[in-house]
Design a protein around this ligand. Sequence first.
Ligand SMILES: C[S@@+](CC[C@H](N)C(=O)[O-])C[C@H]1O[C@@H](n2cnc3c(N)ncnc32)[C@H](O)[C@@H]1O
Length: 203
Amino acid sequence: MKREHPVFACFYEAMSWPAEWLGAKSGMNRMRSRLVARLGGRILEVGAGNGMNFIHYTDGAEVVGIEPDWEMLRRAIARAHGARARVSLVAADGEALPFASGSFDAVVSCLVLCTVPDARRALSEMRRVLKPSGQLHFVEHVRARRGWLASIQDALDPAWARVFAGCHPNRDTKSAIEAAGFRIEKMKEGAGGMMIRGCALAV
Ligand SMILES: C[S@@+](CC[C@H](N)C(=O)[O-])C[C@H]1O[C@@H](n2cnc3c(N)ncnc32)[C@H](O)[C@@H]1O
């Protein structure tokens, strides 16, 4: 798979500015804060992108971000300096995490399982590196439950994936999380069922 998507990285960076500029008023920032602000201990963020979650971790967290795209990674490195938490970054794929089993208190996946080429393998890696009581915290966009909306997502998928660096709008990520051996503890849906947010325990 192609690792660098410079045009997409520039586009994503430009999309990130309004959220940074609006600060706490931005809906995206509220979503990011709800996702990570209460997490402590050693946290793995898979597909950290340009590092937009980093400012939302508190100083009790030790965050390891992995990201395979160097265009994203170099932006994430810059943002890591502004974080209260200790943040380190590693160039790696979610499907082959270079970490020991049971070495993280929590794993964060934010808008990533739509893009990872082998989401099942990545989820099984996330489960492997979690401590026994560790949780996966996720925000993902997924295939809608309503038939007509899902059909539009299916129709858009081939072009969407080409334009947005391999992102698939129509994945059944909830089922993939469960199939990887997680039990979903909490989950909320938004945007007509196209967004899911929650946490899951490895069982
Ligand atoms: C839509 S961006 C989300 C970035 C970030 N998590 C955020 O919340 O803004 C998707 C990210 O997944 C990354 N990605 C793609 N393939 C991946 C893989 N195999 N393992 C880990 N991350 C991957 C992309 O490089 C990109 O940074």
